[in-house]
Design a protein around this ligand. Structure first.
Ligand code: GLY
Length: 585
């Protein structure tokens, strides 16, 4: 039970020594004094350790900005808000003002965990059939590549809501936004992720003059070493810094967003922006081998299916089977399939449809689903249907004791959906817009860009929030915060978070190893077991012999995780992308 987390004290000395060695090699320029940072190859095997706080993000400058806020006396929420605004500048393909997401907040002093839903909403003019053609068939370009697919952004209200309610009160919003303003105005070097991702997105971004003017060099891709200046975005950030959420949801910026969406064929109005609301929700909770899990509830499917799959896996001795063994991968893939089948039938916006969260996350339901797993052979997708969680649904409240933690914590996942969103910038604002509404089911049975099958519970409706897979998650051990983790990756987010957790708990990996280890993914349909490189050919052959349709490729996750260790926190940033950084102080 929770072996890695249980043996943490024994690990601490080794980890501390390793972190010191990494420091001795020299931290990257700009690492806050006392911060410890390791990158790339070292990050595959060693987490960073720090005593007073830790941030792990997909972009190093944003991590350092957050650490600086912590050092100045800000709490985890203050730092998370600063990182959120910074990533909108430094990681523009995913960090954003024009998208939405979910933030989990753990308040140590109150022993309270809150799930903040700032997911995008469909505009009031949205209609159920708006992504269909005259024959009633889905037209993917409508949801992925036009103004119709752009949801009303939630990020700015979400970050400001978190700061107002749960910030320390010691650091003003404008001071959290100031570093992002400077980076947008002064420009940033095109390196790491920007150098990798911008050239790939140039063809989409150059179609619109407003996007081309910022993200291309006169229509040509930027090269490594060029600078990305986002002067309009700096002005928009300054408006938010001085006016709060009104600086984005009302006035010039709202007008520009609505106009740009309409120009691209959508129906968003200034009123839609003014009406946007953040929702606080009760986290989804569960247990796994004695640990407690708190994760994001609907309209994300992440927390529900993370708990559901863990409940099934708890019935097997994965440690005895071993990491990377065909047996362990087979069982995990077979547990993933029914969860994704349920996702297609049961999940949606909880403000519109009743989602049977208690049933889906109950141990009894998992037992029933696990009983259907054949240890010797893979079940074809056609043999799996959504189950019936309703008998396991109950109004009885489940209580988990969360007594204390060493600190407040945030797990935040936010997105524009595609890399650089819909590829359109709201004119004169520098704000890249999302295409999140592709996460709706265009009609029952239609698939979205991630190949996820959608049902009626996730149909388009005015004001509705499209179903997500984002899985910002806390793990508690004996009532104390033990891990904070999450990942991008569309439909693969859930299985990415799952495997990181299982790697620590069942396979005794340290956090860096758990994040870096090769991953796999099955989402029921398409009926394909996707594996990263790094699993042995023997294992793949055994999986194929069991009937799995194995394909090798990227699972596109990128985990940023933190774990409690004696005397401090271990951090790990996924080495699959360049420029990621875990650092603390
Ligand atoms: N746009 C991906 C997700 O929310 O799951």
């Amino acid at each position: 039970m929770a072996r890695s987390l249980a043996r943490l004290p024994a690990l601490t000395l080794a980890l501390s020594l390793a972190a010191s060695a990494a420091m001795a090699q020299g931290a990257p320029p700009g690492t806050p004094q006392g911060g410890q940072a390791i990158l790339s190859d070292a990050a595959r095997t060693l987490p960073v350790i720090a005593a007073n706080g830790m941030i792990s993000s997909q972009e190093a400058m944003a991590t350092r900005i957050g650490v600086d806020i912590l050092r100045r006396g800000g709490n985890a929420v203050d730092a998370a808000v600063a990182v959120g605004f910074a990533l909108a500048v430094t990681l523009p393909r995913a960090g954003n003002l024009g998208g939405g997401g979910f933030m989990m907040v753990h308040l140590a002093a109150q022993n309270r965990t809150i799930a903040i839903d700032y997911r995008e909403t469909a505009p009031a003019a949205a209609t159920r059939d708006m992504f269909l053609d005259d024959k009633g068939e889905p037209v993917p370009a409508k949801s992925r590549d036009s103004g119709l697919g752009i949801g009303v952004p939630g990020t700015v209200r979400g970050l400001i809501h978190a700061h107002e309610r749960y910030g320390s009160g010691k650091i003003a919003l404008k001071d959290l936004i100031a570093p992002a303003v400077a980076l947008a105005r002064d420009g940033i070097a095109i390196e790491d992720d920007l150098a990798d991702s911008l050239p790939r997105a140039t063809a989409r971004l150059k179609r619109q003059p407003a996007a081309a003017a910022i993200f291309t060099k006169s229509g040509e891709p930027f090269a490594r070493g060029d600078r990305l200046v986002q002067a309009d975005l700096a002005v928009t950030l300054e408006r938010i810094a001085s006016q709060g959420a009104d600086g984005f949801y009302k006035g010039e910026v709202a007008k520009a967003i609505a106009a740009s969406v309409r120009e691209a064929g959508g129906g968003m109005t200034e009123q839609d922006l003014a009406d946007y609301k953040v929702v606080e929700r009760a986290p989804v909770t569960g247990t796994y081998r004695g640990l407690s899990i708190a994760s994001m509830p609907p309209p994300s499917s992440g927390g529900v299916h993370l708990v559901q799959i863990l409940n099934m896996l708890e019935r097997y001795d994965l440690k005895a089977l071993g990491f990377g063994s065909a047996e362990a991968i087979h069982l995990m893939a077979e547990a993933m399939k029914p969860a994704y089948a349920d996702r297609a039938s049961w999940l949606g916006d909880p403000d519109r449809v009743k989602v049977p969260v208690k049933g889906l996350t109950s141990k009894a339901y998992a037992a029933k689903q696990a009983d259907a797993i054949d240890r010797s052979k893979a079940r074809p997708a056609d043999a799996i249907r959504a189950g019936d969680p309703l008998p396991h649904e109950s109004d009885q409240t489940t209580h988990y004791s969360v007594v204390d933690a060493q600190g407040n914590a945030v797990a935040n996942t936010y997105t524009l959906n595609f890399s650089y969103g819909v590829g359109l910038v709201a004119a004169d604002t520098g704000v890249l817009l999302n295409n999140e509404l592709d996460d709706f089911a265009a009609k029952a049975g239609a698939i979205n860009a991630y190949g996820l099958v959608g049902g009626d519970t996730n149909s388009v409706a005015p004001g509705a929030r499209p179903l997500s897979s984002m899985t910002p998650t806390f793990v508690f051990r004996d009532g104390r915060l033990a891990m904070v983790l999450g990942s991008p990756g569309g439909s693969r987010i859930i299985t990415t978070v799952l495997q990181t957790l299982v790697n620590v708990v069942d396979f005794d990996m340290n956090l860096a190893e758990a994040v870096a280890a090769p991953r796999f993914h099955h989402q029921w349909r398409p009926d394909s077991l996707l594996t990263e490189t790094g699993l042995s050919p023997d294992t793949l052959a055994l999986l194929r012999a069991k009937g799995h349709r194995v394909t090798v490729g990227s699972t596109s996750g990128s985990v940023n995780a933190i774990m409690k260790v004696e005397g401090g926190w271990a951090g790990a940033a996924d080495p699959r992308q360049r420029g990621t950084l875990a650092a603390g102080w």
